[in-house]
Design a protein around this ligand. Structure first.
Ligand SMILES: [Cu+2]
Length: 261
């Protein structure tokens, strides 16, 4: 029966309580649970097979008590790591729209460290819909990716800790690629606002050959701490994307992301 259900899942969906067909986009379910007062059921999906340290787009499906998909809701996230002696949050982006897109409310969480013996992550999702608010806290697991997609530094100008997440390119190619990073400040252990007022210099480098590339474009701020620019890969191999971050008083820090293709 289960095998049959799996086989038909892609065609019809298994949840006979739900009149809305399951979405066709291939998302992987990361967690699900019933809200505390049983008002909603919440399912959290990723485009990846697992959550990793760095920037993770998350897609949330919400169902009402009758099993019907909720298409209009205010959704807010609260990611939290419990490290026994202390707890801390991490940067996140709540779904910007209160209306579903293809069945989902989409936001993101930027995990600053992997799950492990040091601590355990949970994601609290608060849903306001149909005049009711209810909340669920879901245990989640975060893995460290093979190539680091999150860097951190302490600003040389004012001592603020920054986190810089790599977003694009996900599929690097020879030639000019869209480059995107997102930057957050750590105000407190629980407050990680987007850093929106930095300037950046990009200097790609092929460490094995000692050359860079022409026709790059420094990332500039677009919105919510996201910075977009262009990176030109003149050949395949291992590249370092060297980034210098400056605030109003000067150079705050330097870091690099590895891209190997
Ligand atoms: Cu931690």
């Amino acid at each position: 029966m289960w095998a049959l259900c799996l086989a038909t899942l892609f065609i019809t969906g298994c949840d006979s309580n739900s009149p809305t067909p399951e979405p066709t986009t291939t998302y992987n379910k990361i967690a699900e649970g019933q809200t505390e007062s049983n008002v909603f059921k919440v399912k959290v999906y990723s485009t990846e097979s697992e959550l990793t340290t760095g920037y993770n787009p998350l897609h949330v499906a919400v169902y009402d008590a009758a099993g019907k998909r909720v298409e209009e809701a205010g959704i807010s996230f609260m990611p939290l790591m419990d490290m026994m002696t202390m707890k801390h949050a991490t940067p996140f982006e709540n779904p910007a729209s209160e209306k579903v897109a293809e069945g989902y409310f989409s936001g993101a969480v930027v995990f600053t460290m992997p799950s492990g013996e040091m601590g355990a992550w949970s994601l609290t999702v608060s849903v306001t819909a149909n005049g009711q608010t209810d909340t669920v806290t879901l245990p989640i697991t975060v893995q460290e990716p093979a190539t680091s997609r999150l860097k951190s530094f302490v600003s040389a100008t004012d001592g603020t800790r920054y986190y810089v997440a790599y977003l694009q390119p996900q599929q690097p190619k020879i030639g000019v690629n869209d480059l995107e990073v997102a930057v957050y400040k750590m105000n407190t252990m629980m407050d990680f606002p987007a850093a929106t007022d930095l300037t950046m210099e990009l200097d790609p480098e092929m460490p094995s050959m000692g050359h860079g590339s022409p026709n790059n474009q420094n990332p500039t701020h677009t919105s919510n701490g996201h910075y977009k620019g262009k990176v030109n890969f003149t050949m395949t191999g291992l590249w370092y994307l060297n980034l210098t971050l400056n605030d109003a008083s000067g150079q705050a820090g330097q870091l690099y992301f590895e891209v190997n293709f």
